[in-house]
Design a protein around this ligand. Structure first.
Ligand SMILES: C[S@@+](CC[C@H](N)C(=O)[O-])C[C@H]1O[C@@H](n2cnc3c(N)ncnc32)[C@H](O)[C@@H]1O
Length: 320
């Protein structure tokens, strides 16, 4: 494939793409578009085609169609609820905010059990009763508004990352009202993987979308994170609820992890936690090479598969 010369001023081209009305108020960092342009210009015959593909990918990355909160009115309600000092009021407003985005709306029905089960699993010696002290919430969307369901103290250092600036500002307003440091940041985590050392990173419902943005990008991204536990979640059914995605998403995760053995790197221990509509792959990046497969209620510890990403044992465990 002939390669186009990369225009010297990708930044200007990126700004032009971001000047579209639908992106104007979102404060998307030009780094995202520069990254997309640099990759697509290598793959297309002409600049017009490359820019068209960048616009298509950007539309999916920003994913306006998943919904968002009305920050003005939700912010007002949130302020009143937090000032009331009534935890039930705070949860009620947070639940409304969570329901305004598809990813968190789907999680509402499992929220009561979601974090208790995950935190029980990742109980590390350095944590108080298995509760993380430093969290990274990667491509967070509105998930930080789940904080009241996490059972964590406001001293928790909760770093949240999203490319959508108004969303990040809204999250920081919430953190500040709760008495937490405003650690949400507008950042493209693929271009600049966070380097904060943390007990656990949440990477919820985004790994499959990262693959669509840049095939094969997940492994290097996961490796770059300075965390003991990486919790990667994926939906178990399509947005319409009609198709099961469990097998495909397991394959996706184990194919990514199979890349570790191709590199000759030590594999990571994975424990799956299956909820009604979301599957969480709890990846212990500090763990040793695991040989056993253990069943523990709905959780199981899977042996990392061979290079094809889906060996016989992996299949067996998937059917538990
Ligand atoms: C499918 S939603 C998932 C939200 C959240 N993780 C959850 O499960 O509730 C994807 C979110 O990731 C953000 N996002 C997409 N690509 C990103 C990137 N490269 N860096 C930071 N945020 C990103 C989008 O703005 C959106 O809020």
């Amino acid at each position: 494939m002939p390669q186009l010369p990369i225009p010297a001023d990708l930044e200007t081209l990126a700004q032009e793409i971001l000047s579209a009305r639908k992106y104007r108020s979102l404060g998307i960092t030009p780094a995202t578009v520069v990254d997309l342009l640099a990759k697509e210009l290598l793959l297309h015959h002409n600049q017009k085609e490359a820019v068209k593909e960048v616009r298509r990918k950007l539309h999916n990355i920003v994913a306006d169609y998943l919904g968002d909160a009305d920050f003005a009115s939700a912010g007002q309600q949130m302020e009143e609820a937090i000032h009331s000092g009534d935890p039930a009021q705070v949860r009620k407003v947070c639940a409304e905010i969570l329901s305004s985005h598809a990813s968190t709306r789907e999680r509402l029905s499992i929220l009561d059990e979601f974090y208790p089960r995950l935190f029980a699993l990742i109980g590390l010696p350095s944590l108080q009763k298995g509760r993380p002290q430093t969290i990274l919430d990667l491509a967070c969307g509105l998930n930080p508004f789940s904080f009241p369901w996490m059972g964590l103290p406001v001293t928790t250092r909760y770093y949240a990352y999203d490319i959508n600036q108004p969303r990040v500002d809204f999250i920081n307003r919430f953190f500040t009202l709760l008495g937490m440091p405003p650690l949400a940041e507008a950042e493209d985590i693929l271009v600049h993987p966070p380097q904060i050392a943390a007990d656990v990173a949440f990477f919820f419902k985004e790994a499959h979308r990262f693959e669509q943005r840049q095939h094969g990008c997940n492994l290097a991204f996961w490796q770059a994170l300075q965390v003991r536990w990486l919790l990667v979640s994926l939906p178990t059914s399509s947005l319409t609820g009609r198709h099961s995605l469990v097998d495909g998403h397991r394959r996706l995760v184990y194919n990514i992890l199979a890349g570790l053995s191709s590199q000759g790197s030590q594999s990571w221990q994975v424990t799956e936690v299956l909820f009604a509509n979301e599957i969480v792959f709890c990846i212990d990046k500090g763990g040793s090479n695991l040989r056993l497969i253990q069943k523990d209620g709905d959780c199981f510890v899977a042996k990392p598969p061979r290079n094809d990403g889906w060996d016989k044992e992996g299949n067996d465990t998937a059917q538990i």
